[in-house]
Design a protein. Structure first.
Length: 335
């Protein structure tokens, strides 16, 4: 992008600062029930954790169900994991599960139930609809829709991922280079998303979040340089930088799937459709930015010269803030 919309970029970035407590993607919660003997279920509850804001949600099971064993709790970098067993008076088909507190968050909860007769159902609970009545067998199409929505929401709620993409758009100067750069970023994060989800490699969550913030800090000075008419390797070859940092961001995207504890048979479907959702969200964001850019340039507003450098300073400042914050969390200085 060459001109226009700089004030809008700045306003949008400052808005992100205001809501920056949730700077990285919001991971979904997971509630899994597996029936062994009729009426006896093993329970797995994963509540998102490790972010800057505590997410206070909890499952409310049907009144006919009660804990058979005390739950064992494990705190991981990405989630609070609770395992236990429950006993219900008969099948839980036709009974409701509610996620208490979900309506006050921006996260989702994936509910999976495996019945003793092989019946399986998957539901995606959202803040606007935090309850489900069990009993309907879910089709592949329905499960695909759930993973697609998760992928779209994962990137659209991941402010740091969007800010990195915005930084690339502010550096790229022509349409062909934009296509190369976005393609390189897409290819890179698709590779590491697949590698991590399939279990071939992983990245520790806290160092990963710090590295993603550092990638945004890196783009700040480059935006200032390109606005000042200077050049650098990043400005000449933004697709190379997009690919390199895209590998990091792919591990970040993968956390949205790996924290779910997907059953092996479900991984190929979840990986394919979740990645598609990420791409749909990313392309929608890019398209919106380009449309707004064109609209503002059509207005032919004469911006003061100093405004040209402001987006770079804002991007760099946000990157620096998140880097310091996440390194402090990594070192245990702050929670």
């Amino acid at each position: 992008m060459k001109s226009g919309l700089l004030a809008a970029w700045l306003a949008g970035l400052l808005l992100w600062v205001a809501c920056g407590a949730q700077a990285h993607e919001v991971r979904p919660g997971v509630l899994e029930l597996r029936e062994g003997q009729p009426g006896n279920y093993s329970l797995l509850w994963k509540r998102p954790a490790g972010g800057e804001v505590e997410i206070r949600i909890a499952p409310v099971l049907p009144p006919e169900c009660r804990a058979a064993t005390p739950g064992a709790t494990l705190l991981t970098p990405g989630a609070l994991v609770v395992r236990g067993t429950i006993t219900c008076d008969g099948s839980i088909r036709g009974r409701s599960i509610v996620i208490d507190g979900l309506e006050s968050t921006v996260t989702d909860v994936l509910v999976r139930v495996y019945h003793a007769d092989g019946w399986q159902e998957t539901h995606l609970l959202k803040p606007m609809n935090p309850a489900v009545t069990l009993g309907e067998r879910t089709t592949t199409l329905q499960r695909s829709g759930a993973y697609l929505r998760l992928g779209i929401e994962h990137i659209l709620l991941g402010v740091d991922h969007l800010l990195f993409v915005l930084g690339l758009l502010l550096i790229v100067r022509d349409r062909w280079m934009l296509v190369k750069t976005i393609t390189a970023f897409t290819l890179a994060h698709s590779i590491t998303l697949a590698v991590a989800t399939l279990g071939y490699a992983s990245a520790p969550l806290l160092p990963l979040n710090a590295a993603i913030a550092l990638s945004i800090l890196f783009l700040g000075p480059e935006i200032v340089r390109v606005r000042g008419g200077q050049t650098s390797f990043t400005i000449r070859h933004p697709w190379v930088v997009a690919f390199a940092f895209g590998l990091l961001h792919g591990f970040g995207f993968a956390s949205g799937l790996t924290t779910m504890g997907l059953p092996p048979a479900e991984i190929p479907l979840a990986l394919l459709v979740f990645n598609l959702g990420v791409e749909v969200g990313q392309l929608g964001f890019v398209a919106l930015i380009l449309l707004l850019d064109r609209a503002f340039r059509a207005l032919q507003i004469l911006w003061p010269r100093f405004v040209a450098a402001l987006p770079g300073y804002v991007v760099g400042s946000l990157g620096a803030y998140w880097t310091i914050q996440r390194v402090a969390v990594l070192l245990g200085v702050m929670r």
